[in-house]
Design a protein around this ligand. Structure first.
Ligand code: FES
Length: 118
């Protein structure tokens, strides 16, 4: 299956050092951060209590802390610094002619196991 990328915005439209929220499709939303010259995209929905507030998180280095209960995740790997516990999804970003594109997640966020009813 071919990886699909979706155009988000111009790179110049991203604020520096804080997050911006984007809908990728009907199920997935991303929090995108420009830190120094790097751009990171993670799930905007925190895996702890499923609150869509990661874009409002506190940045320290390449980590973001959820503003709701303070869980901290690496923007590069989605892991917590301890390496344990819930993990934040990360998305691949591509830069193209000044635009930022994000990889469309292949898996469905809401899988209610329709097969179970067949
Ligand atoms: S909802 Fe993010 S840390 Fe609890």
């Amino acid at each position: 299956m071919k990886t699909e990328f979706i155009k988000l915005c111009r790179e110049s439209d991203l604020p520096s050092g804080r997050g911006r929220r984007f809908m990728i499709d009907d199920e997935n939303e991303a929090a995108v951060f420009k830190i120094g010259g790097e751009i990171f995209a993670v799930d905007n929905v925190c895996p702890h209590n499923h609150v869509p507030e990661i874009f409002n998180g506190y940045i320290e280095g390449h980590n973001v802390s959820c503003p709701v209960h303070g869980f901290t995740f690496s923007l590069e790997t989605g892991l917590q610094p301890t390496g344990f516990g819930c993990r934040l999804r990360t998305f691949r970003i591509v830069r193209e002619d000044g635009w930022i594109l994000i990889e469309k997640p292949e898996e469905s966020r809401f899988d209610f196991g329709a097969d179970a009813y067949e």
